[in-house]
Design a protein. Sequence first.
Length: 291
Amino acid sequence: MSAHPVTAADSSGTLKIWRPPDLGTLELHLGTSFQHSYPRHWHEEFFISAITAGAGHFDYRGNAHLATPGTLVLVVPGEVHAHYDCAGGRSFRSIHMPWSFVADITSEVLHRTNSSPGFFSRLIADARLFRAFLRLHRLMETRGTRLHRESLLLSFFAGLIRRVGGSAWPAFVAGREWLAVRRAQEFLEEHYGQQVSLGDLAALSNLSRFHFHRVFYRRTGMPPHAYQIQLRMIRAKALLRKRWPIAHVAQLTGFADQSHFTRHFKRLVGLTPGQYAGHSKNVQDSQLQAG
């Protein structure tokens, strides 16, 4: 998350705005019980907003539409529109992104050059897409890896294009794709503790980020960021068994801090790092006594 998010809080609710440092072209907004009506205006960038509580009227092309919880609002650049609050305001999560960024992702998802995003301003009621957007937005608040953020971003746009893009999906060509996965696995094994981007991995085989991500998932059963986390856990367990300090292990295996490391470790191992280290010590001591 950006080191200096801007937060405004008063009787009209709160609004936080920030830019993830590793994806600086994106601007994220988080509104909580926000009561502010925006008159007719337009954006230079593509805009997606998820209404999480309350409601508001979205006015465009001469018609007013009620945006309720569970609704995604899409607005394309240059589209004149307005937002009017209902009583009590609304809570939402939004992402603003350059249209060129959307076009690039669309080209990668469709595996074509210069693909038009094909989006238009609208409201979407789709529970799966809504949940995917919230997951993406929440990850942008945390210290998740760049690889994880890019993976979720591409996955969300893949779902969005399936839902509203109306374009055919490219056929799969198995062959060099499997080699690409193996190269990526070797790269991740060597750089498990570093910040790796999806572009870094895709470049190893001259595939688009989305095409690579899709092949990797099909081959391994998990996305690249999850695979990297697994590698980090393997290394972390080995270091903990050697009685390395937990904070040092967290740093060496690429986690932002000890709490971030502990959260992932508990989720994947079932024990905290401290519990695991103590358990390993007890096992080693019992083995020594038995010997």
